[in-house]
Design a protein. Sequence first.
Length: 717
Amino acid sequence: MEEVDSSRGFLKDVKRLVLKVGTAVVTRNDGRIALGRLGALCEQLKELNSQGYEIILVSSGAVGLGRQRLRYRKLVNSSFADLQKPQVELDGKACAAVGQNCLMALYDTLFSQLDVSSAQLLVTDNDFRDRDFRKQLGETMKSLLSLKVVPIFNENDAVSTRKAPYEDSSGIFWDNDSLAALLALELKADLLILLSDVDGLYSGPPSDPRSKLIHTYVKEKHQTEITFGDKSRVGRGGMTAKVKAAVNAAYAGIPVVITSGFAAGNISKVLQGQRIGTLFHQDAHLWAPVKEIDARGMAVAARESSRRLQAMTSEDRKKILLDVADALEANVKLINIENEADVSEAQQAGYEKSLISRLALKPGKITSLAKSIRVLANMEDPIGRVLKKTELADGLVLEKTSSPLGVLLIVFESRPEALVQIASLAIRSGNGLLLKGGKEAKRSNAILHKIITEAIPESVGGKLIGLVTSREEIPDLLKHDDVIDLVIPRGSNKLVSQVKNSTKIPVLGHADGICHVYIDKSANMDMAKRIVLDAKIDYPAACNAMETLLVHNDLKSTAAFNDLVVELRTAGVTLYGGPRASVLLRIPEAHSFHHEYSSMACTVEFVDDVHAAIGHIHEHGSAHTDCVIAEDQEVVDAFLGKVDSAAVFHNASPRFCDGARFGLGAEVGISTSRIHARGPVGVEGLLTTRWILRGNGQIVDGDKGVTYTHKDLPIEP
């Protein structure tokens, strides 16, 4: 959910709303009606109507729909000879007349299905010159709105006396944006919303990654700073027309919000005061300046700082990490105070126990983190290592070297220790870093970020690690694929999916941690009991905790398996079963095998053999960490060779799948992506490569004077 903007508190008092829907919202790219989008819009309006809002709709789209329908009819009724002749453009007024009928039929059908009545009102510029018309309009609106009818306005282009392309603004209104603004003033609306095909008004063309979304428009500041892009693909004016209409309405006393008509529920979000779209208000210039989010600037600053970090000696970079570790230990009390405040607020807010468990920094955690940072500092310097050295030709030597990725954006939930681990890995690998933690850990993240950045020398700069404090900054950051090189989301399936669907930047991470333990009939059951209990109980909220226990069918009636079930229940683990296990063990059936409990619960199911276990894991798992407990070497080889997960274990708890336990010093996350890094991602996963060629004046010249040797050379220690 977007954050509520304190400057938009007045929106809670809105009762009468004028809503303008543009042609780009009503139609698809091919000109046909966007039926799903229009249906979702009508559902929003029905809900608002039932809540007591008075809604006046201004809808474009008639000309476009009419043109599309008439073109089709003309095509159907044309002979082949007719089609060979030069095609005459269809008359716009005829298109408007036909299209208006189509448009209103659609609205009437959609609203009727929702038990809402609608009414059509077609107006022209000249109508508003008549005082009696204006008076009658007000009386008609009063009557319709009292009956909870949704009036739908459109300019009557079929009989309008104004000439195309309607680009002059000398009349009372000149397009549906200005008509909506006029109606908002005439009918004393509390708010005007202009729906567009973009999120709001940007400082430049929305397609330009350097453009920033303007949340509050201040005429004195923004009218000279904005560069408009192309006009609407289908309508008359695009964003230029919307801004002109919004400014006119706002400075006459009607607040306006321009926002996307594509995003679900945006109208309700605007009315709740959420900071979406662009607000126009006559008093905006009097408000304390709203800090415009400069996501790009934050990323650029991190890149510049990272280059200064890379230019330092290995010993200087090592010293930064040691200073960070010392600073954390010196501020343990302060860190714990802030963390305890976060935990207390989370408990009062009724958050789930699993989240609170991840949020809390347990005793000794900071000391443990500091120790991991020192281990990381004392590891071999990862930057600039020669990975491969080749003689291309006599006197021409090519080196493949390790290099930082550049700027990382890490989005994580709940765990404040993740901030420390990620920051230390970024420093060691020479990367710039932008961090966004969950709001539930706001105070913990703030104090940890402050301590770490203050330990970074001024020669590098604290902007090496930026802390993103508001959720609304993330969509902006995800657009800057030219200055952010990798996104790593750590959190729920929903978070990871949202990030992956919102960016062109490469994404590394895992959506789920659905880890399996398979007990084969050849297993040592005492060992199996220890591993299973550890896998579930050691830290149930961890992504590498066991979520599904698969058991060979031959073990289902054995005393050893029965003892394991008893021990799990005694430890407080709630058991759910697959179709087989739920019947035999008399436990509730799991609603899905693809479920991450992150708590003291797990699913149990019986399988016929190791191949059935492998098939189950591939069908229902998340390719995170899976374990086999067996003594039969053929079973072990089959499992380790065929299970396609980031980490596959034999006779060991999946809880070992961890950067620190793997000796990586720390981890930025665990990746199930099939890209350059998989499993726990430490320093090496944050590096790429560079090629360095050393020569002595050689040129290609069509390869005439070069004899290639391509000989591997030894790498000097």
